[in-house]
Structure formats: C-alpha cells, structure tokens
Write a protein that binds this ligand. Structure first.
Ligand code: SF4
Length: 478
C-alpha cells in the first residue's frame, strides 16, 4: 500500500486529517475519483481551508457594512415574475453570478400539510429566484433547507412544492441535513464559540436567503437572518435553543442566548442576496401555528440588514424589538438608522404595503385555553409546534376543566420544584425530571401522546380540579 492509498482510505473512512487527526476534513463525494491520487490529499486539505476561508471572506468583504444597497419591492403580480424583476433591479450586472454555484435557501423546514398558509416559502417565489440565477449564467443552482427535529428536509421540500419547482427550473434540490459537519469558529462570540454548518451550504459561492415573513414566538420576527438557522447541521439547530448562560458572556445576558447565537451565526454566514417572500406571510403564533397573512408582495436586496429593516417596517415592527437583528448589525459594524427613509427603497410603495402583523404572544394562547398551564424552558420550535398543534386541534375538549388543572412542561430549562406527579413532561429534553412527573418521550414528541396521557390521568384520578398548585414561570411560557 502506498502512502497515498493510506491517506485515501483514511479520509474516506472517517474524514480525519492524517496530519492533524483531531481535524475532520470534508471531502465532497463528487470530488473523489476526479483527481489523481497524488493530488487527492492536497485537494482535500485545501478544500477544508477553502471552505473556512469562504465563510471568513463573506464576513470580511460582505456588502453589509452599510445600508446603501437598493431594496426592490414588488407587489400584486405573479410571484415568480415579481421575484425575477426584483432581482434584476438589485443585480443589474449579473457577471458576478456567471459560472458560480448558488444556493437558494428557502424557509422550508416544516412539513406543510397545506400550501399557501405562510408556513414555508412559496414555491413560486423560489421558482422566480432559480429562474433568475439560471438565466444569469450560474453554473449550478442548489435549492434546499434543513428541517426542524422530526422532519425530513427532503420530504418538507417535496410537500412545499419546492422540489418540483426546482427540478422544473433546472435547479438541484438538496437536503442540507445530509451534509457533512463543518465547524466554523465565531469571532468575538455573544453566545457560541463556533457553529456546525452543513457542508452543502458551504459548497455555494453565493448564498441567497429566501425567507417567508413571519411573526415568531421566540424571536419576534423571522426573516433573512433567522432563516440562516436552516444551514446549521441537524441537531445544531436544536442546540441553539438549549444554550446554557455563561459568565463570560455576561455583557450580553440581557438578550436571550438564542437571539445572540443567531447573531453569531450571521457573523460567519452572510447571504449575498436576500429575497423576502410576503406572498402569503404568517402572523400571530409563528413559526408554525400562526395565521396566514396574504400580502402579495416580495422584496429583494443585496444587503440583508436593509431588507430586514424594510420587511420589519411592513410588518409594523421596529428593529429595536428584534434582538437578533440589531445584535447582528452590531457585530457587522452597522448602525441601524431610526428612520426607514435612510434606506434606498421606494418609500411610497413601502408605506402602501405596511400592514402590521399580529404578534406571537404566548399569553394569548394561555388565555384561549385557561385549563392548561404550560411552561416552556428553552424548547425548540419542534416541541412548541407539537403543543400548539395539540391545543389548536384538541384544546377545546378540555375547556370545562378548572383553570391550570392540566400542566405541561417542555424544554431543558425547567425548575424541578415546579414539577409534580400530575405534570406532563413533554419531550426528551425533560428526561432529567422523569422521576418527578409523567414523562412523554420523543424528539419531538407527538401531540396524540398528550391526549392519551390526560386520559390516563383521568382514569387514575390525578390532576382533578382543585389539586393543582400554581406553576411559577421560568423562561418563556406559552
Ligand atoms: S425534545 Fe423537544 S425541545 Fe428538546 S430537542 Fe427535541 S423537539 Fe426540541
């Protein structure tokens, strides 16, 4: 066996660098076999550093240093046409796109039972973006996302109609959760020292974030920056919801770890273009249980922060209310202006489209279902979605029960003193308390298990009216 045989086998088996064994090396499968063996090792190492360098260069040379980039706004037309025109307006010279690999990254991590509800990016919006980049001469247009826990991203893309749109337009659907992990260090972190990104996201020369406008129960709003979370590899997405507070980040403690981690993510992964889908947005209890808000508009910009400001204005939300946006701006060295007039945008059109969104107010849900007392301690979107879906579908069945008599906790950050044997512990994150309450496993758990468990408690005479103690809140509360 030659030295290069050894290296090749070593790399294929565990992707470990033979020189620095602690380092994992990402070797794209299509890369293997296209090079002579004696170049293979060097290519692999160079690719690794190239990937890291690429994220760094996005940080250093991003156009997001100021807010002077044009924000194009279109409304009232066919979504694909509006997106195409908006992208033409913000990218009049497509030479920078020619022969490049582009990743169109919609918000498509949820399994949509019905389309046109604002749950995921509209497939026609995605179609317009793919068509534009294909026409501009991109070598390859990847189209994909990673999914929330319990959902297969390929299935989600299919259900949303995005996979079909991608194939019809000559794009390549990709499941970001199928990539290899690439660890990227965060400079001057607010919450995380590094992030594990999907190697597929790093294959692209140009990242295009295509979020759907949403109110969000954890982050107030979800737009182009929040959408980047789908580029985190598999369980790294959940990790962002379970970060422990650390003394060394004390300076940032007044903002949630999730918001700060998103700002850290944006510091290493900055889209070159953002297209915001407001064809059918989602207001209220986003990201999964809100109500559709048909606006019939799209906006695009080469500057993510400018696009966030414009979209937030339409949603009736000031950027000061959305910590991950102003923290991301702070890390990028950008002073967000108080006035929307500082943006290069058609102000009359922007004002005409303004339609304030109902906010995601967990207390409203609690008020709708007073018999439930639900305590959430940094649970991720998947568990929250399970509870919200259960309440929406089955909550009314229990409305004759006493206020607070049905107690459910979810997430990792739960005060054990608040749990008793009549409390439902929902999801694997609550496993540490399983001796104290009624543990329902799953990641995410399924809503029908909650119904079954309440039935069991009724049979056992547990949780009957009058037996509950008031649960104090820690962390968020639904
Ligand atoms: S158990 Fe729930 S909160 Fe915990 S990681 Fe799984 S889905 Fe998220």
């Amino acid at each position: 066996m030659t030295f290069y045989d050894f290296i090749k086998i070593g790399l294929q088996k565990n992707n470990r660098c033979p020189i620095i064994p602690s380092e994992r090396i990402f070797v794209p499968r299509t890369y293997v076999g296209k090079r002579r063996w004696n170049l293979y090792f060097y290519d692999a190492v160079i690719f690794k550093f190239h990937a890291l360098e690429r994220t760094a260069s996005l940080t250093d040379k991003s156009p997001s240093r100021d807010l002077s980039s044009r924000v194009a706004l279109r409304g009232g037309g066919a979504p694909a046409d509006m997106v195409y025109q908006a992208l033409e307006e913000v990218s009049p010279d497509p030479t920078g796109i020619r022969n490049k690999v582009v990743l169109v990254k919609p918000n498509a991590g949820f399994l949509a039972e019905r389309i046109g509800t604002g749950l995921v990016t509209d497939s026609e919006t995605v179609r317009g973006a793919i068509r534009f980049f294909r026409d501009a001469g991109a070598a390859k247009v990847l189209v994909g996302d990673g999914a929330i826990a319990g959902v297969d991203a390929s299935e989600a893309l299919k259900a949303a109609g995005i996979e079909a749109a991608a194939r019809q337009e000559g794009g390549l659907p990709v499941n970001l959760d199928k990539g290899e992990p690439v660890h990227v260090a965060v400079k001057d972190p607010m919450a995380v020292d590094g992030v594990r990104l999907s190697s597929i996201a790093l294959e692209a020369d140009l990242l295009v974030s295509v979020p759907v406008m949403k109110s969000h129960m954890n982050t107030v709003a979800s737009l182009g920056i929040k959408n980047l979370k789908g580029c985190l590899l598999r369980r790294e997405k959940q990790r962002f919801h379970h970060l422990a507070e650390e003394e060394r980040f004390q300076r940032w403690h007044r903002w949630k770890t999730l918001e700060r981690a998103i700002a850290d993510l944006y510091s290493v992964l900055r889209p070159g273009i953002v297209v915001v889908d407001g064809v059918v947005a989602m207001e209220g209890m986003g990201p999964s249980m809100g109500d559709p808000k048909p606006l019939g508009l799209v906006l695009a910009s080469r500057n993510v922060l400018a696009a966030e400001m414009a979209a937030l204005y339409i949603m009736g939300i000031h950027w000061r209310e959305v910590p991950h946006v102003f923290l991301a701006a702070q890390k990028a060295g950008v002073d967000l202006p108080e006035e929307i007039s500082a943006l290069d945008v058609d102000l009359n059109a922007l004002k005409a489209f303004r339609s304030p969104f109902a906010r995601a107010v967990p207390e409203n849900i609690a008020a709708m279902f007073p018999c439930f007392k639900i305590m959430e301690g940094d649970a991720c979107s998947a568990c929250c979605a399970t509870v919200m879906a259960f309440l929406k579908q089955k909550g009314r069945r229990y409305e004759d029960r006493k206020e607070g008599s049905l107690r459910i906790v979810l997430g990792k950050n739960i005060d054990p003193d608040l749990v008793d044997d009549a409390t439902i512990l929902l999801g694997n994150c609550t496993a540490g308390l399983r001796g104290r309450g009624r543990f329902l496993p799953g990641c995410p758990p399924v809503g029908s298990d909650i119904e079954r468990e309440i039935g069991r408690m009724d049979e056992e005479g547990i949780g009957a009216p009058g037996t509950q103690k008031i649960i104090r809140r820690r962390g968020g509360s639904l």
